[in-house]
Design a protein around this ligand. Structure first.
Ligand SMILES: [Zn+2]
Length: 262
C-alpha cells in the first residue's frame, strides 16, 4: 500500500467510525523538540542511570539529584509548542470523530493544541504533590522559577514537592488507567500515533482495543509489534502524516454533504 493509499484508507476508517480514540507517545512531540525521555535511545540516559535519578526511590532518597537532572528537561517541556500532529488530533475531536486521547506524554501539548478529553497515563507537570502530607499544589510561575533556579521546592509542611509525573517504580494513576482501558474496550477505531509501544502497561491499551474488535491505524517512524494487528500501517513523521489524514477526512465529509443530507 502506498502512503497515499494508506492515508485514504485511514480517512475512510475514521469517517465511518462511531467511537474513535487515539493513543499517542513520544513521537507525537518529537516535532516540538521534546526528547523521548523513556527511550534508551534518547541519549538522556547515556550519562545517568534512570533508576538513580528518575525513580521514586531516588526521589525519596535525594530529591536534589532528581531536580538537577530534570531541570534542562523541564525547560524544554515548559517552552515547547504544539506541532501539526497535535493540531490534527484537536481538529478530529472538533469534527466529532475523536472521543478521547490516551497519551504517554507529560508535556500538556494536546491540551494546548485544543484537545479537551485527554487521559495522561504518565501524569503531567501542571501540579505537584507533597511527599509528606499529599497536599497538591499547582506548578505556577513561582514554583517553576524555584525549579529553574536549581532549588528543591517545599510544601508549607516542610515536605518535598514532587511533580505529578510518574517516575520509574511508580504505579500508573489507577483512575486514568481504568478510564483508558474502558475507552479501549468501547472504541471501534484506535489511531496509534508516534508510539513504539515499548513501555508497558501503557502499551497494552491498543492491543486491548483490537482484542475487542476495534479497527486500528498506526502512524510511527519505525515498525512496531502492533503493526500486524493494524488495518492501516503508515511509516513516517506524525506531524506530516496526521494533517494529511485530516485533510482526506474533510474531503470525504464535504463530498457527502448535500442539502438533503446536511
Ligand atoms: Zn506537605
Amino acid at each position: 500500500m502506498s502512503l497515499e493509499e494508506g492515508i485514504e484508507r485511514a480517512a475512510d476508517l475514521i469517517h465511518r467510525s462511531h467511537h474513535m480514540i487515539a493513543f499517542t507517545g513520544a513521537g507525537e512531540s518529537t516535532a516540538s523538540g521534546i526528547p523521548d525521555f523513556r527511550s534508551p535511545r534518547s541519549g538522556l540516559w547515556e550519562r545517568h542511570n534512570p533508576m538513580l535519578v528518575a525513580s521514586i526511590w531516588a526521589f525519596r532518597l535525594n530529591p536534589m539529584t532528581f531536580y538537577n537532572w530534570v531541570r534542562p528537561l523541564a525547560d524544554t517541556l515548559l517552552s515547547a509548542k504544539p506541532n501539526p500532529a497535535h493540531s490534527a488530533l484537536a481538529t478530529l475531536e472538533q469534527m466529532g470523530y475523536l472521543k478521547t486521547i490516551i497519551t504517554q506524554n507529560i508535556d500538556n501539548l494536546h491540551q494546548r493544541a485544543g484537545s479537551l478529553r485527554v487521559l495522561e497515563l504518565h501524569g503531567h507537570m501542571r501540579e505537584a504533590t507533597c511527599v509528606r502530607c499529599y497536599n497538591v499544589v499547582p506548578v505556577d510561575p513561582s514554583l517553576e522559577q524555584i525549579i529553574r533556579d536549581g532549588k528543591v521546592p517545599y510544601c508549607k509542611c516542610g515536605g518535598v514537592l514532587k511533580p505529578n509525573v510518574i517516575l520509574f517504580g511508580e504505579q500508573l494513576p489507577i483512575r486514568t488507567l481504568n478510564q483508558a482501558m474502558s475507552e479501549a474496550r468501547r472504541c471501534d477505531l484506535i489511531l496509534v500515533a508516534g508510539s513504539s509501544l515499548e513501555v508497558t502497561p501503557a502499551a497494552d491499551i491498543p492491543f486491548l482495543a483490537v482484542k475487542n474488535h476495534a479497527r486500528a491505524i498506526i502512524v510511527n517512524l519505525e515498525p512496531t509489534s502492533f503493526d500486524s494487528h493494524a488495518d492501516v500501517v503508515l511509516y513516517g513523521n506524525v506531524a506530516e502524516i496526521l494533517p494529511q489524514i485530516v485533510e482526506a477526512v474533510s474531503v470525504l465529509r464535504n463530498s457527502e454533504w448535500t442539502p438533503e443530507n446536511p
